[in-house]
Ligand binder design. Structure first.
Ligand code: PRP
Ligand code: MN
Ligand code: MG
Length: 199
């Protein structure tokens, strides 16, 4: 899953850059959580690849759990109204929670999630994200660990999808505009919700 297809415009973050940066972040997490029991909470589905590489780069004994969330309505990601599709199996009371994400775009998903997990009595709630788009932020989210700040462009790969495609790419790249601007894009079924926000 590493081919640069015709639907992609350019590589933004290479596979080597990703693994190098995740190793650095993992070393910081090891240091910051030394002697603590950390619960990694991945946000499905985008965070699956970050999580699997991060947990192998850590030396800490970390546990993993997953949440799936969804914004209400269609194309209303920016509403900030979030519904839990799959909740944690773990009781986070008193736990040190580290949320693992692929990308912070508007920040609305994460700000809601931090508030939600904090309200359950977690001892701490921090965020690790591979990517962040500072120019797309609608709300400020305090992020403890950021891999790369990237421009506000439509990006796919390493967990990030366009209409569920491209998640398996080993790198992060920008999608060629023709893919989400034409009525019948290659490899995607609908463009009605396409914007600079991942969907
Ligand atoms: C994407 C991404 C983040 C979220 C960021 O997930 O993986 O979870 O959007 O957007 P925000 O900062 O504007 O809230 P998406 O809802 O597309 O689900 P997916 O992970 O299954 O692709
Ligand atoms: Mn996601
Ligand atoms: Mg998505």
């Amino acid at each position: 899953a590493s081919d640069m297809g015709a639907d992609l415009e350019k590589v933004l973050v290479t596979a080597d850059q990703i693994s190098q940066r995740l190793a650095e972040l993992a070393a910081q997490v090891d240091e910051d959580y030394a002697g603590k029991d950390v619960l990694l909470v991945g946000v499905l589905k985008g965070a699956a690849l970050v999580m699997s590489d991060l947990v192998r780069a850590l030396h800490l004994p970390a546990q993993m759990d997953w949440m799936a969330v969804s914004s209400y309505g269609s194309g209303t990601k920016s509403s900030g109204v979030v519904r839990i599709v799959k909740d944690l199996d773990t009781d986070v009371t008193g736990r040190h929670v580290l949320i693992v994400e692929d990308i912070i775009d508007s920040g609305l998903t994460l700000s809601w999630l931090v508030a939600n997990l904090s309200s359950r009595g977690a001892a701490s709630v921090e965020i690790l994200t591979l990517l962040r788009k500072p120019d797309a932020a609608k709300v400020d989210v305090a992020v403890r660990y950021t891999g790369f700040d990237i421009p506000d462009e439509f990006v796919v790969g390493y967990g990030l999808d366009f209409a569920e495609h491209y998640r398996g790419l080993r790198f992060v790249g920008t999608l060629a505009p023709h893919v989400y601007e034409t009525p019948h894009p290659t490899g995607a079924s609908s463009t009605t919700e396409a914007s600079t926000t991942e969907s």
